[in-house]
Design a protein around this ligand. Structure first.
Ligand SMILES: Cc1cc2nc3c(=O)[nH]c(=O)nc-3n(C[C@H](O)[C@H](O)[C@H](O)COP(=O)(O)OP(=O)(O)OC[C@H]3O[C@@H](n4cnc5c(N)ncnc54)[C@H](O)[C@@H]3O)c2cc1C
Length: 466
């Protein structure tokens, strides 16, 4: 076997999880090869497209361990595996310090946006990634890897793993049109999960994946999950949940309307109805929760957001890249009417149904009895607003998937676990292909960048210790 096909550590995937793992392992003295299926110099992946805010459920990632742990437990209603929650709480601040020491630049933009990759990507509607934080970070980490003697091989798609010998891992790789075998002491899967794989999305998330917007770079197609399962790995928590947002339905065909402006601030201020004109989920759980609820509808392109003028001028105009005015500027549909009956006609739902939904909602809000609405409406996380003074508005919605919350089961050292919860020798996973931190009935979103970086650091450190 050629020497270049043998390495102490092979990492699968060159997003933040893979590049953090590779650099940390090389920094700790390991010989590392990173195999990346993308062929371009700036191969696309979620990490290159990222908005760049490191956070732990919208909390400053530099906050103390106790605070971060509490936030993770609360956001997931206790669904997060305790040892993974602790790992994230302990190591989020360490990840930021480590990345800064690697030369990754971050800026503070107020509130929990204390650590945003520079230059920031959130400059306006639509997608802008070239020369922005994620792109700059990946190029910096790749350069560091090369300086440390590691290699990033583009155009190398890993197809299968072989753990049978127990002394290391073999990898079947499609490279240059040929099947090539690599041998590794340890392998780390960091392939970004399955946010772009229709079969797995249909299996776990939505009856209709083709009606969900791919709010991701298209690189995560579930290879790592399938390979891990084939060698006995268990899957865990949150496979049916994703991080994503509700967007204008026009975003399905209009690139100026995604990944921003997303509509969370209006979703949690108003109501979301299905194709019959009825509410179907608790908007008070937040925009990510509602994005999942829409994906679970038989027709994910049937939902509509309803609110009034005060919401349009308030939260509609005050969020990050707000819908008001970016939805209009981007060419998105905004129905506007002086009465709810007229609005129902524009949406295409029965007027009597929408009038009753709005009237029940307003009455419950005034009487502070939203908990008895069906479905109930919580008010502790987001402030709902009345829909009572025209003009009234409606935005036809689509839901966009960014990354899946569940995935390959790992422990706090990022070792892949088998179905009995025991580590599979020499096999690790990091980043958004792993599960156990996000998801649950509350669809708790914790943060892709922090999770990916921390699981990467831990995989490398465990490998170096062994
Ligand atoms: C528009 C947008 C905005 C976002 N904003 C934020 C934010 O502000 N804050 C935040 O925390 N998160 C954000 N995220 C999410 C965050 O960027 C991701 O969670 C994170 O980058 C995932 O990193 P990863 O390394 O797990 O996966 P990825 O970055 O997707 O990398 C996986 C890599 O594996 C490669 N690969 C896949 N299969 C194979 C194979 N078989 N062989 C070899 N290589 C393979 C892929 O080509 C890819 O390069 C955002 C994402 C998007 C798209």
């Amino acid at each position: 076997m050629k020497e270049e096909l043998r390495s102490e550590v092979v990492v699968i995937g060159g997003g933040i999880a893979g590049l953090v793992t590779a650099n940390r392992a090389a920094q700790l003295g390991k010989k590392v090869v990173l195999l990346e299926k993308g062929t371009d110099e700036k191969y696309l992946c979620n990490s290159r497209w990222t908005g760049g805010t490191f956070h732990v459920h919208f909390t400053d990632p530099l906050a103390d361990e106790e605070k971060l742990l509490k936030v993770i437990r609360e956001a997931t209603d206790g669904f997060a595996t305790e040892e993974l929650a602790q790992a994230l709480a302990v190591d989020s601040p360490r990840l930021i310090k480590w990345l800064r020491a690697e030369g990754v630049q971050m800026i503070h933009m107020g509130g929990y946006h204390s650590c945003i990759l520079a230059p920031p990507a959130r400059t306006g509607p639509g997608l802008e990634w070239e020369g922005r934080g994620g792109d700059v970070m990946l190029r910096r980490l790749e350069a560091n890897l090369v300086k440390r003697g590691g290699r990033l091989v583009r155009g190398a798609k890993v197809l299968a793993l072989d753990v049978a010998g127990g002394t290391g891992v073999g990898l079947e790789v499609l490279q240059g049109g040929e099947s090539v075998r690599y041998e590794a002491g340890d392998v780390v899967i960091a392939d970004g999960g399955f946010p772009a794989d229709h079969d797995l999305i249909r299996q776990y998330i939505s009856p209709c994946p083709e009606k969900i917007l791919r709010r991701n770079a298209g690189a995560g197609t579930g290879d790592g999950l399938r390979m891990a399962v084939a060698v006995g790995a268990g899957l865990t928590g949150g496979l049916d949940c994703f991080y994503g947002h509700l967007l204008s339905r026009d975003a399905m065909n209009n690139n100026r309307l995604w990944p921003r402006p997303y509509l969370d601030a209006l979703v949690t201020a108003g109501i979301v109805i299905n194709g019959h004109g009825e509410r179907f989920a608790d908007e008070g759980n937040g925009g990510v929760y509602m994005a999942n609820s829409v994906a679970r509808l038989q027709d994910p392109l049937s939902a509509t957001l309803v609110f009034d003028h005060a919401a349009w001028m308030g939260p509609g105009a005050n969020s990050i890249i707000p819908a008001n005015p970016h939805l209009i500027n981007g060419g998105g549909t905004l129905h506007k009417a002086e009465t709810i009956e007229a609005l129902a006609a524009l949406i295409g739902v029965p007027a009597a149904t929408l009038v009753k939904q709005v009237s029940d909602y307003n009455s419950a809000l005034r009487a502070a009895t939203t908990a008895s609405l069906k479905p109930s409406r919580r008010t502790d996380r987001h402030k709902p607003m009345l829909i009572d003074v025209g003009p009234f508005y409606a935005i036809p919605l689509c839901t966009g998937i960014t990354h899946v919350m569940g995935g390959i089961a790992i422990n706090a050292s990022s070792q892949v676990l088998d179905k009995a919860g025991q580590p599979i020798a020499h096999l690790y996973a990091a980043g958004t292909c792993t599960g156990g931190i996000e998801g649950g009935p509350a669809i708790g979103y914790i943060g892709g960048l922090s999770k990916s970086g921390v699981t990467g650091l831990r995989a490398a450190e465990r490998i170096a210790q062994a």
